[in-house]
Design a protein around this ligand. Sequence first.
Ligand code: NDP
Length: 482
Amino acid sequence: MSDKETLTTAAGIPVPDNQTSLTAGERGPTLLQDHYLLEKLAHFNRERIPERVVHAKAAGAFGTFTVTQDITRYTKAKIFSEVGKQTEVLGRFSTVAGEKGSADTVRDVRGFALKFYTEEGNWDMVGNNTPVFFIRDAIKFPDFIHSQKREPHTNLRSDTMQWDFWSKVPESLHQVTILFSDRGIPKGIPYMNGYGSHTYSFINAANERFWIKFHFKTQQGIQCMMQEDADDMVGKDPDYHTRMFFEAIERGEYPKWTFYVQVMPELEAETYRWNPFDLTKVWPHADYPLIEVGVLEMNRNPANYFTDIEMAAFAPSNVVPGISFSPCKMLQARLFAYADAHRYRLGVNYERLPVNAPHATKVVNTYQRDGFMRFDNNAGAGPNYEPNSFGGPVENPAFAEPPLKISGDADRYEQKRGVDDDYIQPGNLYRLMSPDEQARLIKNIVDHLGNTPEAIQEKMVEHFTRADKDYGARVAKGLGLA
Ligand code: NDP
């Protein structure tokens, strides 16, 4: 007998032979009775779960969030209740458009998703490495993503589809300018910022509401990859960012981000010059300065990628008392879409998987029962309806949020305040770039946009010109347009 553990079937039955199948005679055929062989092949056939339609390729790690400044005047969330307080975190950092096996060093927005395992349940901050997004109304989202994915006829990604969509949706110009700037290809996960991007809200102990933007600024400094180096790396090491992130943490070089918030008192939203719930806009720092909150550190690699990262399910709808939503139309849709995607991808009991379950005991108390793969005790003998007379959990009005005043006619609104609304902030961004950065931005755009029909190029030049005359003129010159 060997001193190694005995290999078993999934039912725990010892396996006598893992190298030769059970056959009738030396040359076969194979006997159906070899249930271990059948189980092995059948399970293998079912190893893949649906790939995320966006953000499929990712690296992730566990870490710690530490409060460094008191923000209890803005929020009652217990995660922020005292300076020095620490909370366990899971982070997942992804590209957006590529499939699960696609290369890391491509020009793309990066997902920046955090799950804070707080004592009041999980808070998921599901952001990106950019403070804005391409669209501000979720009704455009499936079309936008289709334009980023593969063309139906050729099954190839298409510059024409991408620029065609952007040329017809000028609200995308701000994000397009960030995407084609140096920040469109980070040097690695530790070298990019994270942003909540949407406006969220805080609610304090006095039940006052503040509108909030979340910022995670890299302590490693922003570092980007030049296009040529990134292209090279696609061939040399398509998993470069994943590898660098994992190896840095293995070496004990833990990436850190300083967490800041911008805070807008509730009523200022009515008069602020920008619609503060428009996901294509930032709040300029001069209007709403960054207020430090704490430090995020990623310091433990997953023990198993599938259970810890692939099955991790982040949803912006997971907020804890003291943190809440805003009217942002994109956020409102994501409150539905993320949990819905996980039900499809992982099944209705996905929140019970170890990586998704709150760490605090006694926080999950629902009347949800059954469903595929219900593997906890399914609330045992407890009542499965409410109200009941048998001591089941009850609602607690202490957690009600202050009412939010809303007015207006039900209609479909484009959410614009002035004709230049889509152009001022992209222009501001262009003007704050150094001459070298501007030159690289123009080259990156020209290299891409140059592959599209002239009518699309001309439309885009019009948009760049409205953001900044020099921006438009230089793109036009690069494209050889009059
Ligand atoms: P500020 O001068 O106060 O802020 C400029 C900010 O721009 C910086 O703090 C930095 O944000 C960011 N930035 C600098 N260089 C680049 C670059 N090449 N690509 C992308 N972002 C860069 O001005 P405003 O607040 O008025 O913002 C001006 C423009 O800066 C905006 O239109 C927006 O495009 C961009 N920006 C603004 C942010 C905000 O929340 N106000 C956040 C990020 C970008 P950071 O420190 O976060 O890296």
